[in-house]
Write a protein that binds this ligand. Structure first.
Ligand SMILES: Cc1ncc(C[n+]2csc(CCOP(=O)(O)OP(=O)(O)O)c2C)c(N)n1
Ligand SMILES: [Mg+2]
Length: 818
């Protein structure tokens, strides 16, 4: 179905001058009288208190890292601490107008943002809600610890809880907000709207955009802020995220009822430094960071530079920008000027900056300026503020003592006999590999939220109607092939799985390059434009990092997303998002988050070196990803069904060699009804007794041909299609190899470093005494993939498997090779 977005040549060829909007710079004008009226003394002083909390919290960490002690309490913190001393006003001002349903994502330097947002949420939530949060989060384990030492009541208890949960996470304690598995750079606490902080510079830009997409598509209230550093403007994924967030289609093609652009605010905490490199004047040329907004859309992303040393200027900006976002007119870019007095990390000697520069900024220290302001305008006296500081310090000292106590705050034991410290819900009696149990959520949910899925056609009228009329198996009863066009293909089997879940799960969306009108790069979504509104199936920009990264943000916010990369070779463009983000957030969250994200990628042939490589081994290497690779239409549907009901991230490999192929092996054909392939179970494709071929992907068919050739030599080959790389149940493979005594593994991935070697090592270990020769790997050559005309010299052929048997395991009498 074509879109109607006319590009009129007379319009785009018209002469003229492009006029860009003027961007406000530090436009806030302080008006103490108006501020007193707007906020009231109590709130103005609370802003100061929150800044003090951050200043003192970070100072404590600085001292612990540098001197091994704070106020006489000693501790050796082995992990990192990227401090934000000097940046407090930017964090507290931002949090002031945010409600608990607004969420922030941050960076390696986000302790202050965690505290500011949490303190703001504590102020806004009623005590009953706070109690529920504390009693239910991680089964109340953190609260139990806090109650053992805290004399805080009501909201002060919640404050102690926040300080404790954050510090315990930084010190890798099992009672931290993420069971100590996130640590300083990744700590977060969703109940207060503090979402993952990211140690990858700029990593939060696309994830936060996905979270904002989730809010829009699922009509959830609130806005999303990506707090990222000024140096992250140099990161491709940051730009991709902004491009994605600024797409026109939210207004031009999506139903207006959705509400326009995702409510995302890119807040650059501009402290003028990377680690030592200076974006202004050295590593970039934008001069004023806000200028970046001019590139993104006619509204210049409503970009502004704001004075991040004044919490009230920041609060004012957030209040104004929130209105823009809620109206659907985002995205917004804010260039928040700030400065870190602390080094990049405590070991940093600040050799890259001049002491005189530091003095200039220290003279502007937000805590000093704001304290003077409070006193001058009679919101508090100096002694009241001193007392406040002493109270803050005292609270932190008690927190520190509690967190470093191994009795009160144990560390998560990676392998735990009796599982004393294992998270609730885990087996308390047996030895548990605790971290392993947290790698995957291993859940299954028909739908991630209740509600009616939004569709344009009843399911019975969808493309299923036509697909169900096709033959479901390649051959008739006499073994004669049906016409290909009338037989369900591998691609169409995938379509059926997609349709099923689209009609079950109201949160499910799918997107990627050419996903809508084109029907996906290889037509898997053909016919779905008629069934699904734009916000459930749309074209993305050519931004692989943002495609996956927004999928990560959408999934960890509570929705199910299917994102597509046309060729698996393009995974390089989304390497961080796949390998660090999609793979790691479930476990880094200590099991708090789920990641129902399916990444569909195709493995090619025919298109040469940059479009034809099988990268499944790389994915299998990364802990935290499930990796599927169906080789038949039956499995294509049954495995995609499985992936789409699960709550774990799956990289779903598909073969371009197979998209147009009908089911030739599973004799019942592809069922029209819903079914799932059991997780991790290899499939026996041919029984035999002399040698076991184990394959991944389309090489299955090469192995079956080889088996036929061997049959003529009276050698009976068993063929097993592993179909899963992770997880994989080795038992049937081991049983087969123990029976045959010989094993050859084959796939289209380059031989060097192939996952097949990992399989070979497991199989050798388990079958050593039963083997007649080495378990042998047959992969593609360790070359670039050559042009299609000569690619048979690159990808495994049937003779390669036979030669491997002949040369490495057991000579075949009379076989001269091909
Ligand atoms: C992708 C990536 N590259 C490099 C690093 C190493 N690194 C950590 S922080 C940092 C500087 C970041 O500067 P900025 O984004 O301005 O944040 P700030 O540290 O100033 O808060 C660098 C280079 C990283 N963590 N991630
Ligand atoms: Mg910086």
């Amino acid at each position: 179905m074509p879109k109607s977005l006319l590009i009129d040549p007379s319009d785009v060829l018209r002469s003229g001058t492009l006029v860009a909007p003027a961007l406000p710079l530090n436009a806030y004008v302080a008006d103490p009288q108006a501020e007193a009226q707007k906020y009231g003394s109590a709130n103005l002083v609370r802003i100061y208190r929150d800044m003090l909390f951050i200043r003192e919290f970070e100072t404590m960490l600085d001292k612990i890292k540098k001197e091994g002690a704070y106020e006489g309490v000693t501790y050796n913190h082995r992990g990192p601490a990227h401090l934000s001393i000097g940046q407090e006003a930017a964090a507290v001002g931002q949090a002031y107008h945010l409600s608990p349903c607004d969420v922030i994502f941050g960076s390696h330097r986000s302790h202050g943002e965690i505290l500011a947002k949490s303190l703001s949420a504590i102020e806004k939530l009623e005590m009953r809600a706070l109690t529920t949060v504390m009693e239910t989060y991680l089964d109340g384990n953190i609260l139990r610890a806090v109650e053992r030492y805290s004399d805080g009541t009501d909201k002060n208890l919640a404050i102690d809880y926040t300080l404790y949960g954050t510090l315990a996470e930084i010190f890798a304690k099992a009672t931290g907000f993420n069971r100590g598995l996130g640590g300083s750079m990744h700590a977060f606490f969703p109940p207060f709207g503090v979402m993952p902080n990211n140690a990858i510079v700029g990593g939060s830009a696309d994830i936060a955009t996905g979270a904002a997409l989730f809010k829009r598509v699922n009509r959830r209230p609130g806005i999303v802020i990506a707090n990222i550093g000024d140096a992250s403007l140099g990161c491709g994924p940051t730009w991709e995220a902004m491009i994605f967030a600024a797409m026109d289609q939210y207004h031009t093609l999506w139903t207006s009822e959705i509400g326009g652009h995702p409510p995302i605010l890119f807040n650059f905490m501009n402290n003028f430094y990377g680690m030592g490199g200076q974006p202004k004047g050295e590593t970039m040329g934008v001069d004023v960071l806000a200028r970046a907004g001019l590139a993104l859309n006619p509204a210049a992303m409503h970009a502004e530079r704001i004075d991040g040393l004044n919490p009230l200027a920041v609060a004012d900006a957030i209040e104004r920008k929130r209105a823009v976002l809620e109206a659907g007119d985002g995205p917004v870019l804010i260039d928040t000027v700030t400065y870190r007095f602390s080094g990049h990390s405590p070991s940093d000697a600040s050799s890259y900056r001049d002491a005189s520069e530091m003095q200039l900024w220290q003279a502007q220290d937000a805590l000093l300026r704001y304290r003077a302001y409070l006193i001058e305008h009679q919101h508090a006296t100096a002694s009241q503020l001193d007392q406040l500081r002493d109270e803050v310090k005292a609270r932190l000292l008690v927190t520190l003592r509690a967190v470093i106590s191994d009795d009160l705050s144990p560390r998560l034991m990676p392998s735990s006999p009796g599982a004393k410290h294992s998270p609730p819900g885990l087996d308390q009696s047996a030895t548990v590999e605790v971290i392993e149990t947290l790698m995957f959520s291993n859940g299954y949910k028909d739908r991630m939220a209740e509600g009616e899925p939004e569709v344009l056609l009843p399911k019975a009228e969808s493309r299923l109607k036509q697909l169900h009329q096709k033959y479901r198996f390649a051959f008739d009863a006499d073994g004669k092939p049906y016409p290909k066009l009338k037989t369900l293909t591998y691609a169409e089997a995938l379509t059926e799985a997609m349709i099923h879940r689209f009609y079950e799960d109201p949160t499910m969306i799918a997107y990627g390059e050419e996903n809508r009108d084109w029907g996906g790069a290889f037509g898997v979504y053909r016919g779905l434009t008629e069934c699904l509104p734009y916000h459930r199936l749309f074209n993305s920009p050519i931004s692989e990092a943002a495609i996956v990264g927004t999928g990560v943000g959408y999934a960890l916010s509570g929705g199910r997303a299917v994102v597509e990369l046309m060729y698996c070779d393009f995974m390089g463009r989304a390497g961080d998002e796949i390998f660090n983000q999609m793979a790691k957030w479930q476990s880094m969250s200590g099991g708090v988050l789920q990641m129902p994200l399916v990444l569909r990628v195709s493995v090619g042939s025919k298109y040469g070196a940059q479009h034809s490589q099988d990268w499944s081994s790389i994915c299998a290497h990364i802990p935290g990803l499930k990796v599927f690779f169906p080789a038949t239409p039956y499995d294509a549907k049954g495995m995609l069904n499985l992936a789409l009901r699960g709550t774990d991230p799956v990289v779903f490999f598909e073969s371009q060699r197979l998209y147009s192929e009908p089911e030739k092996l599973v004799t019942g054909g592809v069922p029209t009804d819903y079914y799932e392939v059991p997780l991790g179970e290899p499939a026996l494709r041919r029984s035999g007794s002399d040698v076991t071929f184990v394959t991944l992907g389309a090489t299955l068919y090469v192995a079956l041909e080889a088996a036929k050739v061997l049959e003529a030599q009276s050698i009976s080959a068993e063929v097993i299609d592993a179909r899963f790389l992770q997880p994989l149940n080795y038992e049937p493979i081991i049983a087969s190899v123990r029976k045959t005594g010989k094993c050859i593994l084959a796939s289209d991935a380059c031989e060097r470093g192939s996952f097949l070697h990992t399989m070979a090592s497991h199989i050798s270990g388990a079958c050593f005494d039963a083997l007649d020769g080495p378990v042998t790997v047959v992969g593609a050559r360790n070359w670039i993939t050559p042009p299609t005309e000569i690619e048979d010299a690159f990808f495994p052929q049937k003779d390669w498997l036979i030669r491997a048997l002949h040369e490495h395991i057991a000579p075949i009498e009379g076989w001269l090779g091909a």
